[in-house]
Write a protein that binds this ligand. Sequence first.
Ligand SMILES: [Ca+2]
Ligand SMILES: [Ca+2]
Length: 412
Amino acid sequence: MTNRLIRSPHSVLLSFSGVCALLILFGTVTAQGATYYVATTGSDSNPGTSDRPWRNPQRCTTSPIKAGDTCIVRSGTYTDTDGNGAVVWVYNRTTTPSGTASGPITIKSEKPLGAVIAVSSRNGLNTGFYVDKPYYVIEGFNISGGSNSGSSATYHGIYLTSSADGAVVRANSIHHIGRAVCSNSDNGFPGVFVKGTSSVLIERNRIYSIGRRRNGESGCSTTRYQHDHGIYVTGASNVTVRRNVIYDSNRGYPIHVYRGTTSNLNIYHNTLSGKSPTGKPTGHILLASTIRTANIKNNISTDAKSGMVVITGLTASGVSINYNMSNTITNAKGGSYSGVQFSNNFDRISTLGFVSNSTNDFRLVSGSPAINRGTTSGVPPVSDGAPDISAYEYAVQNNISSPLTPTGLRAL
Ligand SMILES: [Ca+2]
Ligand SMILES: [Ca+2]
């Protein structure tokens, strides 16, 4: 009995090694920070513990939060309580904590999509999250809203500024952003706005029903048909957009790269669906800026008006577009462009093999031509060693450990 409690230095060493092996196995070698909680039953003067949680997710951006900490937001609906237009505004103030590359600050819904972020409806800026400090992770939220048709109204699901370097937007559902608004406002209503940010990762989100009413929709009269994008990137660097599902985002482009200089842009394994009834805009990915090095691969596109990638006003170097699949064409305008290489794309594939287009269930069926047709080059490895051209990897698309989406679907 006593002997069991006696450890030799050797056994301690083995035990330590074992722990290290487990940590490496599960990939959890990260800075360990504190965990705080938010609940609709809480109070911002509470200590933020599990049994005495805070009230508002805004509280996740102030002391004692520090780099490496996690703020868990329990199920319920959260609003802009102080009227500044953001449900959570990560202020660019010296008193606002910054994350670091090894210790980001994570704000996360406890239950995937259980925490609802209700975007406000001021005649001005409205956004779920406005991130103006580095290394914040926004994960698992259900974000929607925006109804004011005022001429200055603008709506965003998540807004990342040039001070939000290292931001991660992961496994959120971002939808119905200003969707019932009838407006000629020049302000865009994007799902995710990446404005000058460096080192951004946008992954495994479901982004749909973005943007204002079309001309003629529910009696609306508007001349704006391409202002409201799923993901809008302008003048950013080291941007990765992967394994997102984007549909009904055709009051703008599902993925829009516009103005400024964007460098090292990676867009891969996204599923893009939907055609505007008015035929505008014409495609799913717009490249209309200066772009230095981009890799657009393993994306699948269905029902774009003209094609997947629309190029206009582009100044490019090192833009590679390959191993994409669509039921239209990859190069929407069919032109040749300096600095852009289209190759090995699968065009005019009449049946892409989704479970159900009509219910936006874009998992693949067993006979899908997208299975195992992607490139392995420059993308993370997949379980069967052969990437599918999709947000979903067929072999593991029903894995219950993957994040849930509103309709019970799962993306990697
Ligand atoms: Ca606020
Ligand atoms: Ca595969």
